[in-house]
Design a protein around this ligand. Structure first.
Ligand code: SF4
Length: 468
């Protein structure tokens, strides 16, 4: 057990996040100055009464210096080094871009290395992502926003899922869509009144294709009529539909996607190993993934993304490499490599509480080999983010063949554009370019039944934030 003294209550939260990257939370106790003095008489590394374990004292008032002190202490104690250094935030790319703007690229990278302790590998990754993003983000209009529409249903619940996902039934989907269409129509009206247009539209979830064909078509038509613009300079550049689970994809649904004008879909194998699919609670086979890709190509969908996860239960680096090779052979334009995040709300954390720490080395090998294979196949990294409780504290990286990067994915990580999000559990972010506090987060309630009951309030909250 490490007992660590910090100046104030407020510092406990941020430093405990960094500490948790070295060892499980129950191996730490954070004390404020007052509490530690009661125990130890305020001496540095002094015994706690009868307790032989030391208090490590952090006294700097500077947040980053506190983190560096803690990092060095824990690194020496555990023998671990962290590729992301003292960075605990979910958007390292946003920090990289901000530092580049402020100091220039060379100085920004020096700071990240010396002040934040980033490894050379992560710096190179950020540099590559930054380069691709610069080309995609040109030509942005001030009245352009992103639009997200969420469908909180899936055929079954995956073992690691911590999202808003419910088993689909016809009754639930009909009631949910009625409320959602109301929200979509009113938000579309608000946007028109304010002169805003959707630069990108993303239908995600959950699994939107878990709706039956009739409901799925109604959804696509409603979204298209409300948000998709063409034929003017303010046109919608990107329309994406998640078709995540291969067992929910049919030829008819793909044709509906194509007819709606959506140019992108995401089919998410996560792994190509049959045993893993059973373990994570998916009811499809690798062969169904291959068939879904075949159908999507036949339907003429221009850009297909495939998600894979590194660190799934019982998988070795060879399993991950095999899955990636099989996915590359399907020739998707985008491949997103996630690192498994085992969150509190998932079944997996109940079954295996130490999972995040035990898998770190394996996942490192998976990601390294994955990055090499993807580069050899001409994919470039174009966006990345981290999640809390991510195995080995790594990251998720979106790769794309040149010219196919997703604008929506970049925007949502950059947080420099308003995103209006509709549906249960969807979080809108209103961006204010001229304010110090630039983002206002407006979450919809996660429970879809409560969302239906409180739909007027969900709409009103967004309208008020936009009027602000
Ligand atoms: S497909 Fe995604 S949202 Fe649905 S249960 Fe699995 S992880 Fe959760």
């Amino acid at each position: 057990m490490f007992r660590i003294q910090v100046p104030t209550e407020k510092d406990k939260f941020e430093l405990s996040e960094l500490a948790r990257m070295f060892a499980p939370a129950d191996e730490f106790e954070f004390l404020t100055e007052e509490a530690a003095d009661n125990h130890a008489g305020g001496e540095e590394c002094s015994p706690l009464g009868q307790d032989p374990e030391p208090v490590y004292r952090i006294s700097s008032a500077d947040k980053n210096q506190m983190k560096r002190d803690l990092y060095e202490f824990l690194s020496a104690e555990t023998g671990k080094e962290l590729d992301w250094g003292i960075l605990t935030g979910v958007r390292p790319g946003k920090l990289y871009n901000m530092l580049c703007e402020q100091y220039g690229q060379t100085e920004a990278e020096r700071k990240l290395k010396d002040d934040y302790y980033l490894s050379e590998g992560k710096l190179a990754l950020l540099r590559d992502v930054h380069r691709v993003q610069q080309t995609v983000l040109q030509d942005s209009r001030p009245n352009a926003i992103g639009v997200y529409v969420g469908i909180p249903f899936c055929p079954t619940r995956c073992l690691y899922c911590s999202f808003t996902s419910n088993k689909i039934t016809k009754d639930a989907s009909v009631k949910y869509l009625a409320a959602l269409f109301d929200e979509i129509s009113k938000v579309s009206d608000i946007m028109k009144n304010k002169g805003l247009f959707a630069e990108s539209v993303y239908i995600g979830g959950g699994t939107p294709t878990s709706l039956d064909e009739e409901d799925f078509e109604r959804l696509l038509l409603h979204v298209k009529n409300a948000f998709i613009r063409d034929g003017s300079s303010e046109f919608t550049k990107e329309f994406t539909v998640e078709a995540g689970r291969p067992d929910t994809i049919t030829e008819a649904k793909l044709q509906m996607i194509k007819d709606s004008g959506a140019g992108r879909i995401s089919i998410n194998p996560q792994s190509m190993k049959q045993r893993t699919m059973e373990l994570i609670g998916r009811s499809h086979t690798p062969q169904q993934i291959v068939e879904a890709f075949g159908l999507a190509k036949k339907a003429g969908i221009p850009i297909i993304n495939a998600d894979l996860i590194a660190g799934l239960p019982e998988e070795e680096p060879e399993d991950f490499a095999d899955s990636l090779d099989k996915v590359i052979a399907l020739e998707p334009q985008n491949i997103t490599v996630h690192t498994l995040a085992v969150k509190r709300a998932s079944r997996l954390i109940e079954e295996s509480p130490g999972y995040n720490y035990n898998q770190g080395e394996k996942v490192r090998k998976m990601l390294q080999r994955g990055a090499e294979s993807l580069r050899e196949a001409s994919y470039e990294p174009y966006y990345l983010y981290r999640q809390k409780q991510q195995t080995g504290n790594f990251e998720n990286v979106g790769y794309a063949l040149p010219g196919t990067a997703s604008l929506y994915n970049i925007r949502i990580m950059e947080e420099n554009q308003t995103i209006l999000a509709m549906g249960a559990g969807a979080i809108s972010k209103i961006y204010y370019a001229s304010r110090t506090q630039k983002l206002n987060r407006i979450p919809n309630v996660s429970n879809y039944q409560i969302y239906i009951d409180r739909i007027d309030e969900m709409i009103q909250r967004k309208e008020e934030a936009l009027n602000d």
